[in-house]
Design a binder for this molecule. Structure first.
Ligand code: BG6
Ligand code: MG
Length: 217
């Protein structure tokens, strides 16, 4: 019987991808680097440094210049964060978190973002989380299972009793590699390896998820 639910942030709880896009786009425009919404798709779930490397398309810069560009992008991104309110929770997320909490499940966040804590405070759900794993918690990014294992450890729940909610292929791979249940939110072409695939959390109940999972992850 699962005891904990662990959530990715971007694309699961809220859509920060648009803000990341606008921030990278502003930096790219200022630096004269071509960058489209299509290019941005490759940056989903990818760390800040790796995103910059993709943006630079193989161009190598000294580390101090890399740091300065990342800091500028982050300043732009953080300016957008001030616009986030509880209305930016994706449909069904607030209800699912509250129901899970009322049923006694432990709840955790597992995001690659160093800004994850600030985002969930703005969304008004920080108090519902028993553990927050973010871009500072581990060094190996998804698809390595490290961040999910770290959060499950903080929740004091074994991986086999932890259910991960993810919208990215690398996130599903990470959950499975960690021996956890995986619920994929999005198209089967992206999250089809999960134990359960749903379009999103709109109208989804805790019992519907539990009943659809196999006996063991
Ligand atoms: C992920 C986002 O959650 O966090 C990526 O999907 C982002 O787009 C990454 O690059 C790191 O975020 P931050 O806020 O630490 O730059
Ligand atoms: Mg995501």
């Amino acid at each position: 019987m699962p005891k904990a639910f662990v959530f990715d942030l971007d694309g699961v709880i809220t859509d920060t991808a648009e803000f990341h896009y606008r921030a990278w786009k502003r930096l790219a425009d200022e630096e004269g680097i071509p960058f489209t919404r299509e290019d941005n798709e490759q940056l989903r779930g990818v760390s800040r440094r790796q995103s910059l490397l993709l943006l630079l398309k193989g161009r190598v810069l000294p580390d101090d210049q890399m740091e300065a560009l990342m800091a500028r992008k982050n300043d732009y991104y953080r300016a957008y964060l001030s616009e986030i309110t509880p209305r930016d929770l994706l449909p069904g997320v607030g209800a699912f978190l509250r129901e899970a909490r009322a049923c006694g499940f432990k709840l955790g966040l597992a995001s690659a973002s160093k800004n994850a804590r600030d985002v969930i405070v703005k969304l008004g759900i920080a108090d519902l989380m028993d553990a927050i794993g973010d871009g500072y918690s581990v060094s190996n990014p998804k698809p390595a299972p490290d961040l999910f294992i770290w959060v499950a450890g903080r929740l004091d729940v074994p991986p086999a009793q932890t259910v991960v909610f993810e919208d990215a292929e690398a996130g599903i791979e990470a959950a499975l590699a960690g021996g956890m249940y995986a619920v994929g939110l999005g198209p089967p072409s992206r999250v089809g390896k999960a134990h359960l695939v749903l379009p999103n959390l709109d109208g989804v109940t805790v019992s519907a998820v539990l009943n659809a999972l196999p006996e063991k992850p």
